[in-house]
Each structure stands twice: as structure tokens, then as C-alpha cells.
Design a protein around this ligand. Structure first.
Ligand code: ZN
Length: 204
């Protein structure tokens, strides 16, 4: 499986990061199957970064093979979602960005793609109106709603599938709202879709 992620998909987050790009297309990057961290396993802060940021995101699981998917048919290609964390080595990403180099090592390292428990979309509601939030040590640090996305899920699927064949089990990380920040050892992260807790793990 592969992990497709969208950067800069919420205006509130772009503002906090001082990105002023007017994007006409989604900004896509990939993570690896070895990036995946699930089942509430702890996230170990890697030794190559001193600034690991959490980014809470809605994650969509692809359940049908597709290529060049039309936006109006994209809803047929997924049926489950969860909330996850796109961990980012911000210090490395900033350095690579300044140098005009690819971000991969800051985004796709082992354990950088955390997923919660998936729920069927019929429980989560309209894909374009899903509220979600992240608590760290009991305090709400991020909240968002898929309605705020610059590029909605079906548009992301249409766009990404022009370049990459989507396969069963592929995951799409759909971008993060404002409120990102660093994690430290012993932080407790809990992610919610609506009132339902789907994500629960510790940083070690
Ligand atoms: Zn992200």
C-alpha cells in the first residue's frame, strides 16, 4: 500500500505557517508503507530531529482500484475514514524547503503516518462536513472540519489518480488545520471524529 498526503489544504494552517501561495492544484506528497503506525502503538521521537510536529488529519482509506477517476465518481472509491497524525520533522522540512529540495525524509520517516481506528463513512456523515480534533494531555490543540479544506476529498482523489493508480488499502491524508506544534516524550495524543475517539497513543 501507499500513503498519499496533501500539504497546505487548510487556509488556517497555511496562515500560521506563513504560506501565501495561491494554489490552483493540491500539493501532493507520499509516505511509505514503513511510515505507518497503528493500533495505538507508541511513537518514538527519532534522533535526527529536534522539532517533530503533530498534524491531525482526516485519513481516507481507498477500497477500490482506480486510475484517472472523475471527481463526480470519486465517492465510489472509499468507504472508511479515521483521524491520523502526519508527523513532520519541521526543522528538516524547513531546511529542505529553503534549499528547494524534496521533503521526503522530513515526512515519510518510520512511524510518521499514524492512523486511528477506521469507521464507516455512514457513521461519520457527509465527507465534506466531518468535524475532528486532537487533544494532547487532555487539552484540545487542533480542531477542524473537512468543510474547510481548500481541495475536498473527491477533488484530491481525482487529482492524485491522474498520476498514481489508487489501490485497495491506500491511504490519503487530507491536510491539517491550524494549531500544529511540537511533541515531547510522554505526550498523550487523542484524536476524535465528532465525539468519537478513534486515535489514542503516547509519544516515547
Ligand atoms: Zn500534513
Amino acid at each position: 500500500m501507499k500513503i498519499i498526503a496533501v500539504g497546505m489544504n487548510y487556509a488556517s494552517h497555511n496562515k500560521e505557517m506563513h504560506h501565501s501561495l495561491e494554489l490552483s492544484e493540491p500539493t501532493i506528497f507520499m509516505k511509505s508503507d514503513s511510515s505507518l503506525l497503528k493500533d495505538g502503538k507508541p511513537f518514538f521521537i527519532p534522533d535526527f530531529s529536534s522539532e517533530i510536529h503533530y498534524e491531525a488529519e482526516i485519513v481516507v482509506k481507498i477500497d477500490k482500484l482506480g486510475k484517472n477517476i472523475a471527481e463526480r465518481f470519486a465517492y465510489r472509491y472509499y468507504n472508511e475514514i479515521t483521524v491520523g497524525i502526519d508527523f513532520t520533522a519541521r526543522d528538516i522540512q524547513n531546511r529542505l524547503r529553503q534549499q528547494g529540495l524534496p521533503w521526503e525524509i522530513s515526512k515519510a520517516f518510520d512511524g510518521s503516518a499514524v492512523t486511528g481506528a477506521f469507521i464507516p463513512l455512514c457513521e461519520a456523515g457527509d465527507i465534506n462536513k466531518i468535524p475532528f480534533c486532537l487533544h494532547i494531555n487532555g487539552a484540545k490543540v487542533q480542531k477542524g472540519n473537512t468543510a474547510e479544506m481548500l481541495f475536498p476529498v473527491d477533488k484530491i482523489i481525482a487529482y492524485a489518480s491522474r498520476f498514481f493508480t489508487l489501490k485497495i488499502g491506500d491511504l490519503i491524508y487530507t491536510g491539517t488545520p491550524a494549531g500544529v506544534g511540537s511533541v515531547k516524550i510522554n505526550d498523550h495524543l487523542e484524536g476524535y471524529v465528532g465525539e468519537t475517539k478513534l486515535l489514542d497513543f503516547y509519544v516515547k
